[in-house]
Design a binder for this molecule. Structure first.
Ligand SMILES: NC(=O)c1ccc[n+]([C@@H]2O[C@H](COP(=O)([O-])OP(=O)(O)OC[C@H]3O[C@@H](n4cnc5c(N)ncnc54)[C@H](O)[C@@H]3O)[C@@H](O)[C@H]2O)c1
Length: 312
């Protein structure tokens, strides 16, 4: 299987690295517009193959989409990252034009491709990719919930002094500091509700820390994070490539699910060889429903920029 990763920056290179280490793909094409950049990153990663024991071939290319022809899956990470104090929303104008151009090129050379969108503001970029690509809705997936859910589990594990892998917890809604919804009342520690172990103020603290997880790292590092985003994206790619039917929360195009339509926003979905196969029905309580509605309203406001700026 051939997989393309667009953008050889922090998240794109880490995604390619994680895919190669998992050793399920024959070839990863890493593409960037910066001359020689993807080639250099690919060579560096290939020089770990003998040490790490993988056979995946990573090939770096400079803006040459012919090399991506016949890809089954593409990951879009191209764009500018969030700077300290910058909201994901502020990224929209620059990244929309980049993502649109990339989608056109990917579909031209790989008409049957499944696209995972990572570039921010991710829900809006996923909506843009769906609208501009002409691909069936199940072949466009936004990566945000997989990362936010992993950050949620990290916060829960810290508080409970537990193993992160023992936590079962998801984040739905938009992929933004104020729009994501960590579903703490549905989270479990190996089937036991975490709320049995936590005071109200502790639950609130975990939810808040999860919501500002990305911004916290941006303030510390000076740019947005890449290890967890790359690992989360590679896990989704693996679930498609190996038809694993894993449940992730991901941003997908809704047509009535959770009472929302004509929007891409984070909901639980099954990821397999078809892309996202179905939205998993989830019962939300009244408070969760209200938060989801507010989140959708915020995402829609960002989507409106696309039409106002004549991008779609
Ligand atoms: N969805 C998420 O959960 C999540 C998490 C982290 C980062 N992000 C987003 O991912 C994107 C990438 O972040 P990063 O830290 O890797 O940034 P980065 O600056 O390290 O890498 C971006 C790369 O894209 C390249 N690029 C720009 N325009 C291009 C084009 N037209 N074609 C091909 N390549 C192009 C740049 O040359 C650069 O190498 C940002 O938008 C960031 O906000 C999303």
């Amino acid at each position: 299987m051939k997989i393309t990763v667009i953008g050889a920056g922090a998240v794109g290179a880490t995604t390619a690295d994680n895919i190669a280490r998992k050793n399920f793909a024959e070839e990863v094409i890493l593409l960037d517009i910066k001359e020689g950049f993807a080639e250099g990153k690919a060579q560096d990663m290939m020089q770990t193959a003998a040490l790490l024991g993988f056979d995946t071939k990573i090939k770096g290319v400079t803006n040459d989409y012919l090399q991506t022809a016949g890809s089954s899956i593409a990951v879009i990470t191209s764009g500018i990252p969030r700077k300290p104090g910058m909201t994901r929303e502020e990224l929209i104008g620059t990244n929309a034009n980049i993502v649109k151009g990339v989608v056109d090129n990917l579909v031209k050379y790989s008409p049957d491709i499944i696209i995972i969108v990572v570039s921010n503001p991710m829900d809006t970029m996923t909506y843009l990719a769906y609208k501009s690509s002409g691909l069936p809705k199940n072949r466009i997936i936004g990566m945000g919930g997989a990362l936010d859910s992993s950050r949620f589990k990290y916060q829960l594990a810290n508080k409970l002094n537990a193993s992160p892998g023992d936590l079962n917890a998801i984040v739905i809604g938009g992929h933004g500091d104020t729009t994501m919804i960590p579903l703490i009342n549905k989270a479990t520690w190996n089937s036991i509700p975490v709320k049995d172990f936590l005071e109200e103020n502790e639950k609130e603290e975990i939810v808040q820390k999860t919501m500002v997880g990305g911004a916290t790292l941006t303030a510390l590092i000076g740019t947005s994070a890449w290890y967890a985003p790359g690992a989360a994206t590679a896990a989704m790619v693996e679930s498609i490539a190996l038809n694993q039917n894993k449940l992730f929360t991901a941003s997908v195009y809704l047509e009535g699910e959770l009472d929302e339509s004509d929007i891409c926003i984070g909901v639980p979905v099954i990821i397999n060889k078809n892309g996202w196969d179905k939205v998993v029905p989830i019962q939300l309580d009244e408070e969760e429903k209200a938060k989801f509605k507010a989140s959708a309203t915020a995402v829609r406001a960002m989507n409106a920029v696309l039409t106002e700026s004549n991008i779609i």
